[in-house]
Design a protein around this ligand. Structure first.
Ligand code: ADP
Length: 462
């Protein structure tokens, strides 16, 4: 009895039973025959041998069957063993799947970016093998854009940043390293990153990092605000000091001449009365000018029209027109560069600022061939403009001081000393800087200032 697998099926007990019934039937028939017909010895021998052969066949049959049963037992054992093995394998597989899901979910849902790299070229470069969701969000790149590409390709600034060197070191030594907070920059991306690098047992490198840009910007903004507040405070202190100090001098003059006037009136000295009144009037006028300029300066800090794109050359030409009175006095050569860009400024304020610089240049030039140049520097990171003159220049020790309110180097010169303070304020409210370069030995001065030449970002104001 062979089944399709080639295994012989064991014979069931029913077959044995039928065979035994058959043998007993033979015995019964023989004795019945013997009793009725008195058979011979030969017949007896024949019958016995037939019986023995039958018994022998049953024994053989049984033995064979037992062997088959043993085979089946063995097969059953093997099957049970295999089933157990399969169950165990399935259980382990389930555990592995669960564990993989658990770790994948941690990998994907952590706030930190995680990138797994495989070293290539003997650790000279590293290929992205895995990249989590936070990484995609921080770097504004999908994982399809990075997996399989090298870190130097995806982040061209990584070598300059110093991280590539750390990757290589961790890959070589297997020692985990912390890469402290640093600003990463390339043409596409700019952000503060805090990295933690380690090596996996399979040899891959893992970078776990966080984006600290928001925090750093907030800190930077806070520091700027504090600095701005400190500057404003200092300015306010100077302002109060200056108000009390500078307004004191015309007040003292007025008070002094009022006393003299009183005496002259009593003495009926008409000549002196006229001159006293003149001096009081002059002091009052001076006070008025100073008060107006102080008001102007305090207004500049608060009042600035929204920046608009405007031709810097046009502003220069208008400022020259406004300073015509002072310029006509010396009639200088005015050279204006051709390459002046457009600027994003409050045109009215910048015109006022330029007028102050041009007015000063004309006021202080003491040469026979006065020259005033207005232009912009080439190849600088930010747009730098200048107003140059060939006047007496300013000694370096006064380069800071002259930008203070009512600070003059020569009290005998015309002007209140507020012009450069106004220039500085206007440039600063546009987010720029102003400074002077001069050796103060009669070779003239150059006043430099920076101005925005790109449209300001929405919501960003100075
Ligand atoms: P003022 O109204 O007196 O001109 P400013 O603030 O404009 O006041 O200038 C302050 C001082 O800086 C001036 O009194 C002068 O001594 C010096 N200064 C300004 N511009 C020039 C210049 N182009 N050449 C030489 N000295 C200058």
């Amino acid at each position: 009895m062979k089944n399709t697998n080639g295994y012989k099926k064991p014979v069931s007990w029913r077959v044995y039973f039928l065979m035994l019934v058959f043998i007993f039937m033979w015995i019964f028939f023989y004795f019945y025959y013997l009793y009725n017909y008195h058979s011979s010895v030969i017949e007896f021998v024949f019958f016995m041998s037939y019986l023995l052969i039958n018994i022998y066949i049953i024994i053989l049959f049984r033995k064979n069957n037992r062997a088959r049963l043993n085979d089946i037992d063995a097969l059953e054992n093997i099957t049970r063993f295999l089933a157990d093995e399969i169950n165990e394998k399935n259980r382990i597989q389930d555990e592995l799947t669960k564990s993989e899901l658990r770790y994948r979910s941690i990998f994907e849902n952590t706030d930190n970016a995680i990138a797994v790299y495989e070293a290539v070229n003997n650790g000279e470069d590293f290929i992205f093998r895995q990249f989590n969701k936070s990484g995609e969000k921080i770097e504004k790149l999908s994982r399809d854009e990075v997996i399989g590409r090298s870190v130097t390709e995806v982040f061209p600034g990584v070598e300059k940043f110093g991280l590539l060197e750390v990757f290589k070191r961790v890959w070589e030594t297997g020692e985990t390293e912390q890469f402290p907070l640093k600003l990463y920059k390339d043409n596409r991306l700019r952000g503060w990153r805090n990295n933690y690098i380690y090596k996996l047992p399979c040899g891959d490198i893992v970078a776990v990092y966080s984006d600290e840009t928001g925090r750093m910007l907030a800190q930077e903004e806070r520091e700027n605000l504090i600095k701005e507040l400190e500057d404003k405070n200092r300015e306010l202190e100077n302002f109060s000091y200056m108000v009390s100090h500078d307004l004191k001098s015309p007040l003292i003059t007025i008070k002094g001449f009022t006393d003299l006037l009183e005496k002259d009136i009593l003495n009926n000295d008409t000549g002196s009365i006229k001159s006293d009144v003149e001096k009081i009037k002059n002091a009052a006028d001076k006070m008025e000018v100073q008060l107006n300029e102080m008001l102007e300066l305090s207004r500049i800090g608060r009042l600035i029209n929204p920046p608009a794109k405007i031709s810097f050359k046009k502003l220069v030409e208008e400022a020259i027109d406004s300073a015509a009175g002072q310029l006509a006095r010396i009639n200088p050569d005015i050279i204006i560069s051709e390459n002046l860009p457009d600027v994003y400024v409050d045109g009215m304020r910048i015109r006022e600022m330029l007028m102050n610089l041009i007015d000063n240049a004309a006021k202080f030039i003491d040469k026979e061939n006065p020259v005033i140049e207005i232009g912009t520097l080439e190849n600088t990171e930010e747009a730098v403009f200048y107003v140059r003159d060939n006047g007496p220049g300013i000694h370096p020790s006064y380069h800071e001081k002259i930008f203070g309110l009512f600070d003059k180097l020569d009290p005998g010169t015309a002007g209140s000393g507020a012009g450069l303070a106004i220039v500085k304020r206007i440039v600063e409210v546009h987010g720029g800087r102003v400074w002077v370069e001069s050796d103060g030995t009669g070779n003239g001065s150059v006043f430099y200032f920076t101005l925005p030449v790109h449209e300001p970002e929405a919501g960003k104001q100075h």
